[in-house]
Design a protein around this ligand. Structure first.
Ligand code: GLA
Length: 394
């Protein structure tokens, strides 16, 4: 919805006039390369999208938070004194989790009426949850600062960390920092090369020449909460434990180079665990090579690295599944496709593709048809533009 429309809808639901409504916004993300590396201390390379969560908010004078989404019926009502107790809500737990985590950290959480409008597809692997988390955190932090007379701008990296903590501790998903960081810190026409160990980052221009980023939604929900994600994390921890016996001092897989891995991989006795580690260690290396290629305007090499990333996620990390593999397979049949891979956690969700501008129509038509024939699902395509990180819209 346009902002004017959201404000109108807000007044229809909560009454009052538009003058005291404020608007906060934070985007979803697409990860270009570097998958399942963030919680291993490695590099990721996400870009913020134009698709975003927009919040319309009006402060209240009591301890009540009311929440509503433009596409859902019903209003959720919460008490600021009981923020710990909304973990099991079907919708609203992310928002109230943010409020809870911030309250624990000493932020002043005020009563308010909220209307959420999301354009990031839900469960599509484009971080609709991070968009909600970061926009909500920014809003509460802004109100906190105003109340306490703090004039410095909100630290967006802190907002990302609050988002991750909420997801880990309130919502029970053991995610890394990538999604929230991209939602908080993204910049139009750039991707972020982020070192997830140190949170040092570099904004890299996404100069794609005569190519476009096409996101293909398999429409298979990815179910991130599913145990598979946490299972992969434990397998990576097991790999670190095994490698530690010969590589003293390592704390995560990002501390191991491909060369060291080849020398010592046999200390990992479990074959599955060895495959997981191999993916992570080479994927981190692919991020470094991708950024290098992009900086040299070598899009063809970047595309090959994307392809290698998908194949590794399919064969070694085993997080793709029929739908993502079919989508990538169909994409690779189009001569104008430079690179194609799954993006996000996997098991469904979206693929990201670099496609020659003059092949985009052909891509959407033929990949869509081929994918539906193979899976029975009707995909969605977004010729995607990158956007900026979270902010208040004045
Ligand atoms: C999800 C998580 C991220 C990251 C990706 C996989 O999006 O939220 O932290 O681990 O999966 O790269």
């Amino acid at each position: 919805m346009e902002i004017a429309e959201i404000k109108k809808e807000f007044c229809r639901i909560y009454g009052g006039d538009e003058n005291d409504i404020r608007i906060f916004k934070s985007p979803g993300r697409v990860n270009m390369i570097g998958e399942h590396t963030d919680y291993n201390g490695g590099y990721v390379f996400p870009a913020a999208l134009k698709m975003a969560t927009t919040i319309a908010v009006r402060k209240r004078n009591d301890n009540i938070i009311r929440l509503k989404a433009t596409d859902l019926d019903g209003i959720v009502e919460a008490d600021i004194a009981k923020l710990d107790s909304y973990r099991d809500l079907e919708w609203g737990n992310y928002q109230l989790g943010i409020a809870y985590v911030m309250q624990q950290k000493g932020y002043d959480i005020c009563g308010c009426d909220l209307l959420y409008d999301d354009t990031v597809p839900h469960g599509g692997g484009l971080s609709s949850s991070a968009a909600i988390e970061v926009s909500t955190a920014l809003m509460f932090a802004t109100f906190n600062n105003e109340k306490k007379g703090i004039s410095s701008p909100v630290n967006m990296i802190d907002m990302a960390l609050i988002g991750q903590k909420t997801e880990n501790e309130y919502c029970g998903v053991n995610c890394g920092i990538m999604d929230q960081f991209a939602s908080a810190m993204g910049k139009e026409n750039h991707a972020i090369m982020l070192d997830c160990n140190t949170l040092k980052y570099k904004l890299v221009p996404l100069k794609l020449g005569d190519c476009k980023i096409v996101i293909a939604n398999t429409k298979k929900k990815h179910g991130l909460g599913a145990s598979k994600y946490n299972e992969r994390r434990s397998e990576c921890d097991a790999a670190v434990e095994a490698l530690k016996t010969v590589l003293k001092g390592i704390t995560c897989l990002a501390d191991v180079s491909p060369k060291q891995f080849e020398l010592h991989k046999n200390v990992i006795e479990n074959e599955t665990v060895r495959k997981r580690a191999e993916h992570v260690i080479y994927e981190i290396d692919r991020v470094i090579k991708s950024v290098d290629a992009l900086e040299k305007n070598d899009i063809a090499s970047f595309g090959k690295l994307m392809d290698a990333s998908h194949d590794s996620l399919r064969d070694l990390y085993e997080v793709t599944g029929n739908e993502l593999d079919a989508m990538v397979d169909e994409a690779r049949k189009i001569s104008g496709t430079i690179g194609s891979r799954m993006t996000g956690a996997g098991f469904g969700g979206c693929t990201v593709n670099i496609v020659k501008s003059d092949s985009v129509d052909e891509f959407i038509e033929k990949v869509g048809k081929g994918y539906t024939e193979r899976t029975g699902l009707v995909p969605e395509f977004y010729v995607s533009e990158t956007g900026n990180g979270g902010c208040e819209i004045k």
